[in-house]
Write a protein of this length. Structure first.
Lengths: 119, 291
């Protein structure tokens, strides 16, 4: 079992639980592969693959990476917690949750993320 | 991300990174901690703010804890997180020496300060962050203004602490879309919080309740403590199944509270059941877990 708390130190005595939310439209773009979920910034934001690759290029750690090798680039993106929809869902090491609800204005919202964490 | 440290705690391992990311892993079905991963540490009851809703009842003549001679520091495991608070921790005369001691022991010091102290003590805060004497920084919101927003956005590891029932929806809106992290804390009806409680607090809480989805979308990170989860009934946003996965249980399984001013420990800062400080954190944690 694996539980993860991303990008935040504990500054409170009580259990802290976090929620990521996005519109259904954003979620569907991720689902269809138009964007990737960048979880290196907790709790995550959606970026294009070009933006993700640029991020790798700006990281000295990947100076020797062959950016023409798609498999190597995909592996590096995963190392940096940047996921396709399938990778996020299929990564069984992580405990994830997802829930849909409709606001009073009729907007569909998706709540998803890693499990909350008691710091 | 850079790995700060890795350790074994009970039946699981913990890795903690320089941006605060923490990963627990075990082959078992549950995590059973032998010592606390995080300790809420009150180092002073001295504060000049006089917030009418202060549940710590901190005062201008509040005492400082003896933080340099306490034995417990020697029993805290490396890479344990300390959530240091008060009172105003910046007012403690031994703060820097204390933080240097923690750093030398690889103990991760996080600290929460009032917004006014955060703004007025920028030189000190910058010094603490620059010298890696604190990692996480919590800032208790008093009033939303541009100076505050511009200042706090300079600190990637800063989280704004907001009390449910104190901050109005209009103030939330002023904070939207600045890439900020917030932690919504439940309103604590104890000490001064009990005296301050009124229908106005309840109206503000109801406004937050009704607009929680809008609030969550206005920030880079929105997180809640257990009390806020209860007061805002966040369970309504989830199916029963997903809620069971999301909710990670009550306080005290990985955390505990130590008051170095009164030389007491407890399950959390709101616990009325207090115990006399022991020499060992592990021994105190056993008591807390048994509650």
């Amino acid at each position: 079992m694996r539980v993860i708390r991303r990008g935040v130190f504990e500054t409170n005595s009580s259990s802290t639980h976090s929620i990521t939310m996005c519109s259904k439209e954003e979620y569907e773009k991720w689902e269809s592969g138009e964007v990737l979920l960048d979880e290196s910034w907790w709790p995550g934001k959606f970026i294009t693959k070009e933006e993700a690759i640029q991020k790798l290029k700006e990281n000295e750690y990947y100076n020797d990476l062959d950016f023409t090798d798609e498999d190597a680039v995909d592996e590096a993106l995963r190392e940096e917690y940047i996921y396709t929809f399938e990778q996020y869902r299929d990564n069984c090491d992580y405990e994830t949750f997802e829930s849909t609800y409709v606001t009073k204005n009729g907007e569909e919202i998706i709540a998803f993320g890693y499990f909350g964490y008691d710091g | 991300m850079r790995l700060l440290g890795e350790y074994q705690n009970g039946n699981y391992t913990v890795k903690i990174y320089n941006d605060g990311t923490k990963i627990r892993e075990t082959n078992d079905d549950v995590f059973v901690a032998s010592f606390p991963e995080c300790i809420d540490l009150k180092i002073t009851n001295n504060c000049d703010m006089g917030c009418p809703y202060c549940h710590e009842d901190s005062k201008l003549d509040g005492k400082h804890g003896d933080i340099l001679n306490t034995k417990i520091i020697d029993t805290i495991r490396p890479f344990t997180e300390l959530a240091i608070g008060g009172g105003n921790p910046l007012s403690h005369p031994d703060l820097i020496l204390f933080l240097k001691t923690l750093k030398s022991k690889n103990i991760i010091a996080n600290m929460t300060v009032n917004q006014n102290h955060f703004v007025s003590h920028q030189d000190l805060i910058r010094y603490l962050v620059k010298n890696d004497l604190i990692k996480g920084l919590g800032v208790s919101l008093v009033e939303v203004n541009n100076e505050f927003i511009n200042t706090i956005t300079q600190y990637p590891n800063a989280v704004i602490h907001i009390i449910n029932g104190i901050t109005t929806l209009n103030d939330f809106k002023k904070l939207y879309n600045h890439n900020l992290k917030i932690l919504i804390l439940g309103y604590k009806e104890i000490r001064r919080g009990k005296e301050y409680y009124s229908s106005k607090v309840e109206v503000t809480k109801n406004n937050i309740y009704k607009n929680i989805n809008e609030i969550i979308n206005g920030f880079k990170v929105t997180s809640f403590d257990n009390l806020a989860i209860k007061q805002l009934n966040l369970k309504r946003l989830f199916s029963e199944k997903t809620w069971d996965k999301f909710y990670m249980g009550d306080d005290g399984q990985f955390t505990m509270y130590i008051d170095l001013v009164e030389q007491e420990f407890a399950l959390s800062s709101t616990s009325t059941q207090r115990f006399k400080l022991m020499d060992s954190v592990v021994d105190m944690f056993k008591v807390v877990k048994s509650l």
